[in-house]
Design a protein. Structure first.
Length: 425
């Protein structure tokens, strides 16, 4: 008999979500989460904001609620955004060539929420801590594994060995699980770095996400609950390094120009950080008693804010197919549900990755005729109700083939009947 029914390598946002959903759907399942770092505690309402945030879609909010995490996040740290404004640097935000999304057009209260990654992680860890059948192995990491006929023997960094019927790689874009399994990936280096910071502006953000496409990359202003904005500025590595090293006054002046003063003057800025932007996609999501989810399987450019949302959908889809298989007496490491998960999520993720890559190529082209064409195209999309609705549904995460938890399907509530009671209410 294996030590565990499932071992999840990586206890970040996506891995911890999967662990919680498995506990909700299958409370008898024995699950271990192997993680190298202890998560941060939930920030206080008046704590300084982290500059690492995520745009959580409506579908992801449903998933996090089902996982017991959303309820634990301080409402003072949640910032809904109800509108999005997208424009090209060759035009203006208030012109007919801009693209505007409004939650009222979909009949919903918001398009999504801007949330600190650490708050999501703390909410997920709080839910995990309330669940006795989940063991948190930390600090630790997977060093090697051998998939046998009925189980996987996993060697950990702290010189201990465990066995499991299913190993899940949720250990990020540099996944050790993926590397050990010999799964090849397709890489694309965008030759950009994303610079992040928190800024205060003269004018209120009006619960609107603003994004301007510049020749070097997009600049996004994401609304925070305290009235400030979190910025994600994608630019060349050299420009990002210069923006990191320059004085605060020089940075504000550069940001003022790049944003076209969309929110008036920049009146304050936090510490700055940057990270390289690369895309990847695993050629396989599954192997013998093995599955990859989140960035271990795919990573995309942050311009559409879909990276972690795709990971949450992976976690919900894998939990759903495993629950259905085990309710019929199946094995969590059986190839049939794993192949179903791969077919489901690989097609959805490839479609999103292809769309994002196409947008990046289109908006990074610097020829002036293309700039005018882009601006015209944004304006045409804004005027087409059908096309605009399609993009809005995708942007809010409620388009495509969604897992039950992502749809907030009342039927998904049945999954908590024998669980710990902190799923969807």
């Amino acid at each position: 008999m294996s030590d565990y029914d499932a071992v999840i390598a990586g206890g970040g946002m996506v891995g911890a979500t999967l662990a919680n959903l498995l506990a909700v759907a299958l409370p008898e399942l024995r699950v271990a989460v192997v993680e190298g770092r202890q998560p941060e505690s939930m920030p206080a309402a008046d704590a300084e904001w982290s500059n690492r945030v995520s745009a959580v879609s409506g579908a992801s909010r449903h998933i996090l609620h089902a996982a017991g995490a959303w309820q634990g996040i301080d409402p003072a740290r949640l910032s809904p955004y109800r509108r999005m404004v997208v424009w090209d640097s060759s035009g203006a935000a208030d012109s007919e060539s801009s693209l505007r999304f409004d939650s009222a057009e979909l009949g919903v209260s918001e398009l999504g929420h801007i949330v600190e990654n650490r708050s999501i992680q703390a909410g997920l860890f709080g839910a995990l801590a309330r669940c006795s059948q989940i063991e948190w192995l930390c600090p630790d990491r997977v060093e090697a594994f051998d998939a046998e006929a009925s189980q996987v023997i996993v060697s950990l960094s702290r010189n201990n060995t465990i066995s499991t019927r299913l190993l899940v790689g949720a250990d990020g874009a540099n996944s050790s699980v993926r590397r050990i399994a010999g799964i090849e990936v397709r890489h694309r280096d965008y030759h950009q770095h994303a610079l992040v910071a928190t800024v205060a502006t003269e004018r209120d953000h009006a619960q609107t996400a603003w994004q301007r496409f510049l020749p070097e990359g997009p600049l996004a202003f994401l609304p925070l609950a305290d009235g400030r904005c979190s910025i994600v500025w994608s630019t060349t590595p050299a420009a990002a390094e210069s923006l990191l090293q320059c004085s605060e006054e020089e940075f504000i002046a550069a940001l003022q120009k790049a944003s076209d003063s969309i929110l008036g003057s920049i009146v304050g800025v936090s510490n700055r950080a940057s990270f390289p932007l690369r895309a990847l996609h695993a050629r396989r999501y599954t192997g013998k008693r093995l599955a990859l989810i989140g960035d271990a399987a795919h990573a995309v450019h942050p311009m559409a804010g879909q990276g972690v949302n795709l990971g949450f959908l992976d976690a919900a889809a894998l939990a759903e197919v495993l629950a259905e298989s085990l309710e019929r007496g199946g094995d969590p490491g059986d190839s049939r549900p794993l192949r179903r998960y791969e077919r489901w999520r690989k097609g959805e993720n490839l479609a999103m990755a292809g769309s994002i890559d196409l947008l990046h190529r289109l908006f990074s082209a610097q020829a002036k005729p293309l700039g005018r064409l882009r601006a015209t195209g944004l304006g045409l999309v804004d005027k087409s109700a059908l096309i605009k609705r399609f993009f809005m549904l995708r942007a809010t995460g409620v388009g495509g083939d969604l897992p039950r938890w992502a749809r907030n399907d009342p039927g998904a509530n049945d999954q908590v009947r024998n669980g710990r009671g902190n799923g969807v209410n």
